[in-house]
Design a protein. Structure first.
Lengths: 378, 227
């Protein structure tokens, strides 16, 4: 056993000193390789963490949302629907919701306005998300003006800045009282934006949704799981955009790495010949090349992954955040909860370390099968 | 020690550039003796050396090493025999550039699986023997011709081989260094090693340490006798 370990240690030692001999070339290769791993890992970590964050945040939302549709478009829903929905077996409660978007031409941003009875806001008082507070200077005690649906200016006093557990979803949020919301958007009493339905047993959500649709064919019940799925799809789509943008760089690297790994220089061929002539077996030469390839690719993988971790979870991914998060003006300022999965790391490892290591071995195998007596003739 | 029976080696067989390098050679190499293969360039000395040292297989004929037929052995066994039985000194030294003298000397022993420190000590002793200790950590490209030659000899000895094979070892040495080399060869002989040298340098084949001179021409032995 110690014989095998010693042999591998000796070969590894020579592999390392071989890499050091071509310091400049190998350093350039490791640097480019690291950057590629860093870019891929950053996108992967960021997307996964966002999806996880969305799952956590949406975990507290109701299982079911009911919207009214008119000509396939979302319309205000009569509050009178609540009575019949409440009577469906398994429904724990139904609440009307008031929410909407307000475009602020001053900062060219859309705000999300939401009524939440929990805050018990007095008239003309609002709570704002951190993003709005930053761009409008709307901090506690200041006033902010909006124009109502009929063009009249309305002044609101900022009662505080929202400090929800995740700024991901609250950066552009404004909490407002029901009366102010109706005044701002001209929504009559007896109507709500949508209804939230709480279901006692999670397994019954789909059945309850089907019943609601049966009672009110003009509604669309939306399941929480569907929202989560949509979020995931959106974040996946956004990360794909980044990957496509990076594709050029990835391709350039692949060509560079393939050229480096797959093509042996005359000097390297000669060295393989010498090693064979002094008693190295073909398998010993292949092990040497395996260690060389593994050292380069593993170093790049580890450094790239660590850099990506720091980039995403410590520095909030400044390089990709704007694309992947998807906000146009009010960028949320938040740190993602570190989230890594073994599956993710394994995929990254498989697509970065394995191809390079294999690519280094194949040409060496070809060179290592030559007769050692070639060396005698050079 | 080594017995060659009707050895023939053909390169590019069946092609227009077919070349018979060794043609029906039968020869016995005695253990503990110094044998020199001599002859002009292209006479087949180097090819015969590589066949003797299990570096290449003959096209036909048999080679026996200590009464063991080795021509039909699989490549893996042949490599092991080569590593454990033979030490090679090449005409161009064939040292690996960019690494130290010490590492070059240790290289043939890496696949044996000996402990690194033990191996380093053994290589250090050889460097001491050839006055190369101060150069142990110098890169081989910084060495003079004589130092590179001695490094190549130390490397050939690191696995303590029974047979030392040297191909034109004095080709790049002046007369003084060539004589020094033959003194080293005499110490090998005194230590009981078998030495086979290919050379057309009179300093080598006229040396008193040489026991047998085998003259070759056009791939054939034209004369084999005591020096």
């Amino acid at each position: 056993m110690s014989h095998i370990v010693n042999k591998q240690r000796n070969i590894l030692d020579f592999a390392l000193s071989s890499l050091l001999r071509r310091k400049g070339k190998n350093l350039a290769l490791v640097t480019v390789y690291t950057l590629v791993v860093f870019a891929l890992a950053s996108v992967m970590f960021f997307t996964q963490a966002l999806k996880k964050e969305a799952t956590l945040v949406l975990g507290a939302t109701p299982e079911l949302i009911v919207q009214k549709l008119v000509a396939g478009r979302h319309d205000l829903i009569p509050v009178s629907y609540i009575g019949k929905i409440k009577k469906i077996r398994g429904v724990a409660g139904v609440e009307p919701r008031l929410w909407g978007y307000y475009y602020d031409p001053l900062v060219r941003a859309n705000y999300t306005l939401l009524v939440n009875d929990k805050f018990k806001l007095p008239p003309q008082n609002i709570l704002v998300g951190a993003g709005i507070a930053r761009v409008r200077g709307a901090y506690r005690g200041r006033s902010i003006n909006f124009f109502s649906y009929d063009g009249k200016p309305l002044t609101f006093r900022v009662r505080g800045v929202l400090s929800l557990e995740s700024e991901l979803l609250s950066a552009d949020l404004i909490m407002i009282s029901p009366a102010d919301f109706r005044r701002l958007f001209g929504i009559p009493e007896g109507y709500a934006t949508d209804l939230t339905v709480h279901v006692r047993n999670h397994k019954e959500v789909a059945t309850v949704a089907a019943k609601i649709q049966q009672f009110f064919p003009d509604t669309r019940p939306i399941l929480r799981d569907e929202i989560l799925r949509t979020y995931k799809a959106v974040f996946d789509w956004r990360s794909s955009i980044v990957i496509v943008v990076l594709a050029g760089a990835l391709l350039a690297f692949l060509i560079f790495a393939w050229d480096k790994a797959a093509g042996l220089s005359a000097e390297e061929r000669r060295e393989i010949g010498i090693l064979k002539a002094i008693g190295w077996e073909t398998s010993d030469v292949l092990q040497l090349k395996f260690w060389e390839g593994l050292t380069v690719s593993l170093t790049a993988f580890l450094v790239g992954t660590i850099l990506a971790y720091v980039h995403v979870f410590w520095a909030a991914a400044p390089l990709f955040a704007t694309v992947i998060k998807g906000w146009s003006t009010l960028y949320p300022n938040f740190r993602l909860t570190p989230f890594l999965s073994f599956y993710q790391i394994a995929i990254l490892f498989f697509f970065t370390v394995v191809p390079y290591t294999v690519a280094t071995i194949i040409p060496s195998w070809r060179a290592a099968t030559i007769d050692p007596d070639q060396v005698m003739r050079t | 020690m080594i017995e060659l029976q009707h050895i023939r080696k053909v390169f590019n067989a069946g092609k227009p550039n077919e070349h018979v390098a060794v043609d029906d050679v039968s020869l016995g190499i005695e253990a503990g003796k110094v044998t020199v293969l001599t002859g002009p360039s292209g006479s087949g000395k180097t090819t015969l050396l590589s066949l003797l040292g299990c570096m290449a297989r003959p096209t036909s004929g048999r080679i026996r090493l200590r009464d063991r037929e080795v021509t039909s052995l699989p490549a893996r066994f042949l490599t092991e025999i080569r590593r454990k039985t033979f030490g090679f000194i090449f005409q161009q030294y064939n040292l690996i550039q960019g690494i130290s003298v010490l590492e070059n000397v240790m290289l043939p022993a890496y696949p044996n699986g000996d402990g690194f420190l033990q191996l380093k000590e053994r290589a250090g002793e050889l460097l001491e023997l050839f006055n190369l200790r101060p150069k142990a950590y110098a890169k081989v490209e910084w060495l003079s011709g004589g130092e590179a030659q001695r490094t190549a000899i130390a490397r050939a000895l690191v696995n303590d081989p029974q047979v030392i094979i040297a191909d034109e070892p004095t080709a790049h040495l002046d007369s003084k260094l060539s004589r020094e080399l033959m003194e080293i060869v005499s110490t090998f002989k005194a230590a009981g090693k078998t030495i086979v040298i290919a050379s057309h340098d009179p300093i080598v084949y006229d040396s008193p340490v040489v026991d047998t001179v085998v003259a070759m021409r056009d791939g054939k032995i034209i004369d084999a006798g005591a020096a």
